[in-house]
Write a protein that binds this ligand. Structure first.
Ligand code: HPA
Length: 263
């Protein structure tokens, strides 16, 4: 059984940190999902590029439910997700890693649950700590060992995309308490909790958000910023995998206690 999954965001499309890589097509209720599986130091790891290997899937078209269900079916109990974000907070600068701890959801057209109707019932999942506190601690520890700067709090505002925001929207998100803006953390984080999988996001600031940045935003700028920091991101992921404790002691694993788990 594979216990650790990596969902690679913009700029992280290939599992070069893994050896003995093979490709699996996992059948889910939401279609066939292509996942690469391999090993790091003998630890089995599954890798899923969120936008596809050639960044062909835009944020609003990502098969979030298929992806999470595929990882669940492979036995994944912890997901390390990465994501490019714009910053609304002058203290979170391009090039920095932020371990987000909260989100504000501005998505519009995404199903956020596996429990839509029928016999499975209705689920109102708790989101007090949306990103697994235990997994976040492991990532913090990994960054500490590496001597890598990591900001350990931040509120991720998730937009529908795929367009970037207006400066007026950014001003509003900022006044609501947002630090970062991206397009993918929701519903991924919500579905992971419904699947009782621990989930954490390492956000990489690629730019100051619209109206804060002195220039109009481009996808090329986001990609270039990710490319520059990709090696550090991989180092952080690898160290996190290396020091991951075998057992989980958090509440993610019984998030559905009221109802029984996802079949
Ligand atoms: N806005 C939304 N998503 C993003 C941004 C941004 O400025 N930068 C990287 N992903």
């Amino acid at each position: 059984m594979i216990k650790i999954g990596i969902i690679g965001g913009t700029g992280l499309y290939d599992p070069k940190i893994l050896s003995s890589v093979s490709e699996e097509n996992v059948r889910t209720d939401f279609g066939l999902i292509k996942v690469k599986t391999g090993e790091y130091n003998g630890i089995p790891v599954a890798f899923l590029p969120r936008h596809g290997e050639d960044h062909a899937v835009p944020p609003h078209k990502v098969n979030y439910r298929g992806n999470i269900m595929a990882l669940k079916k492979l036995g994944v109990v912890r997901i390390l997700a990465t994501g490019a974000v714009g910053s609304l907070n002058l203290e979170m600068r391009p090039g920095e890693f932020i371990l987000v701890d909260q989100f504000i959801d501005f998505t519009r057209n995404r199903v956020q649950t596996f429990y839509e109707e029928g016999e499975k019932g209705v689920v109102h999942i708790d989101m007090t700590n949306p990103y697994c506190p235990e997994l976040r601690k492991v990532i913090m520890e990994a960054a500490k060992i590496l001597g890598m700067p990591l900001k350990t709090k931040g509120t991720y505002v998730c937009t529908e995309g795929p367009r970037f925001e207006t400066p007026a929207e950014i001003k509003m998100y900022s006044s609501l308490g947002g630090d970062l803006v991206g397009m993918t953390s929701v519903p991924e984080v919500v579905l992971a909790r419904e699947a009782e999988i621990c989930y954490a996001t390492i956000a990489m600031v690629t730019n100051f958000a619209a109206g804060i940045s002195p220039t109009p935003l481009t996808h090329a700028e986001v990609l270039e910023a990710m490319r520059k920091n990709n090696e550090n991101l991989k180092k952080l992921l690898v160290k996190t995998i290396e020091i991951m404790p075998p057992e989980r002691n958090c509440e993610c694993q019984c998030a559905l206690e009221e109802l029984g788990s996802l079949g």
